[in-house]
Write a protein that binds this ligand. Structure first.
Ligand SMILES: Cc1ncc(COP(=O)(O)O)c(C=O)c1O
Length: 490
């Protein structure tokens, strides 16, 4: 075990700044003196001093292993990866990398239908044609859970030329997939499993959390380190699993990382990854233990508020839910009669409590690995009581039906062809039968109804319109009220 209490890359940045070299290199603020004074004041001289470019001797060039290589090796060890890459364009970049890496083996890939938009964008970049597979949907809450191993097996059986499969776990709402079985299924079909674990970077550091994807046989794991573990926004990692190399070539991943990355990666982002890894590896267990205990209290207090229910381990065992991440606080607001959008607005306007996500039925708050969750939870509980009180008695929506979306349309061309080809904007009345160039995802439940390359159906357009009329929202569309749609020109 290497010394996880070191942060070699961050230390090398600080040593460089402390030597106060003459900076005849970029960036033009020269480590602070040439920066706008208000910027200097706002983010601090030290942050500017540590903004050091790539290819600096003693940091990421010079005798090997360089501090940058050491930092990534420490991260690989901490998460149990064969190799880890630090990324400066988020888990979005990690998904682009994953799809570009898979595309070396062929042209088709099995993709969980409600994958993050960066997965679909990865297919566009890589020229892969997706064979979509639906996640399970919670019929009561109208939210999407995870992909089941059986559904993956059917999709891979149906797509013998698929070169890999991608699945999301945990979901936005904290549901965790049966990654061990998903990996077994993928491997039994001879293909790698990519797990988008953007929301689960902390899961490697406490035994009371669901096991993390790398420990369960996933081949390539997308990790949005900034989300829960606390590196700076936009910093992320992609991990290659031990044993994955027979399915994914390390050098191909390496090339894909550089293809979708600036040649000037920000050292503050990279340094924050090194520091977040150290915090997680050395104190994660203790910090997470506190957060998990505090979250149990917070959940109990939310349940006491009339009309509110919380999602918890109770959802484990529902179709598509193998585990549950307790750092997510997903609250079912239907019993208040108000929508999640209304509750979120009241929390924001009356108490400055800002949530991660609000949907029709559920609101989600995210707690961080090292957060003082107990006092934050108390503030939230007081604000929730106030918000619900302010919204008044609106009856109970718990029994309202959730209409399942119609099946998605035929994939008439690859997402890449649709995205890059000639396009035109048509009124929604003329859109049925045309091929979409954009994504349309009605919330709830947020599973894309239409993705680039798919033929639009009247049924789907009606469904989206009804969802909008009922107060739902539409993501991905160039016209969020669906008056027009961008389609392939004919
Ligand atoms: C499942 C999933 N994957 C990937 C991403 C992209 O992460 P990032 O914002 O770090 O690029 C997100 C962002 O919310 C996500 O929810």
């Amino acid at each position: 075990m290497a010394n996880q209490s070191r942060a070699p890359y961050l230390e090398a940045l600080r040593e460089y700044a402390a030597r106060d070299p003459e900076r005849l290199h970029v960036p033009g603020h020269k480590g602070g003196p040439a920066a706008d004074p208000e910027l200097r004041d706002a983010i601090g001289e030290q942050a500017l001093a540590l903004d050091i470019p790539a290819l600096t001797w003693g940091i990421d060039t010079g005798p090997e292993p360089t501090p940058f290589q050491e930092a990534q090796a420490l991260a690989a060890e901490a998460w149990g990866a064969k190799r880890t890459w630090f990324l400066i364009n988020g888990a979005s970049q990690a998904n682009h990398v994953a799809l570009l890496a898979l595309a070396h083996a062929g042209e088709r890939v099995v993709v969980q239908r409600n994958a993050h938009s960066s997965t679909v964008d990865g297919c566009i970049l890589a020229g892969l044609t997706p064979r979509f597979v639906a996640p399970e949907v919670d019929p009561e809450l109208g939210i999407a859970h995870c992909l089941t191993p059986d559904a993956l097996d059917r999709a891979l059986t149906d797509t013998p030329d698929a070169v890999g499969a991608t699945a999301v776990s945990p979901t936005y709402f904290g549901a965790v997939a049966d990654v061990a079985r998903l990996a077994e299924v993928a491997h039994s079909h001879g293909v790698p499993l990519v797990v988008d674990e953007a929301w689960g970077a902390h899961m490697a550091f406490h035994e009371d959390l669901p096991a993390h994807a790398l420990s369960l046989g996933a081949d390539l794991v997308v990790s949005s380190t900034h989300k829960i573990v606390g590196s700076l926004t936009q910093s992320a990692m992609v991990h290659l699993g031990h044993g994955a190399e027979e399915r994914i070539d390390q050098s191909v991943v390496d090339r894909a990382v550089t293809l979708v990355e600036s040649t000037s990666p920000n050292s503050l982002l990279l340094g924050s990854l090194d520091a977040a890894r150290r915090l997680a590896a050395t104190r994660g267990r203790e910090l997470l233990g506190e957060t998990i205990a505090a979250m149990t209290q917070v959940r109990a207090a939310v349940r006491e508020i009339p009309g509110l229910q919380v999602l918890d381990e109770g959802i484990v065992g529902a179709p598509g839910v193998h585990g549950y991440d307790p750092l997510r606080l997903a609250v079912d607001v239907r019993g208040t009669g108000a929508s999640g959008y209304e509750v979120a607005a009241a929390l924001r306007e009356r108490s400055e409590v800002i949530l991660e996500l609000a949907g029709e039925n559920v609101i989600v708050g995210v707690f961080g690995m090292a957060e003082a969750a107990a006092p934050q939870g108390e503030r939230l509980i007081a604000a929730l009581k106030d918000a619900i009180g302010s919204l008044g008695d609106r009856g109970d929506r718990t029994r309202e039906d959730f209409a399942a979306p119609p099946p998605w349309g035929e994939l008439a061309m690859s997402p890449r062809q649709a995205f890059l080809g000639p396009q035109e904007v048509v009124g929604v009345g003329e859109a049925a039968g045309r091929i979409a160039t954009e994504s349309l995802a009605a919330y709830p439940p947020g599973i894309p109804n239409v993705l680039p390359g798919e033929r639009l159906t009247a049924e789907t357009l009606d469904y989206i319109q009804t969802t909008l009329d009922l107060g739902g929202s539409l993501r991905g569309a160039s016209d969020r009220r669906l008056r027009t749609v961008r389609v392939v020109a004919e």
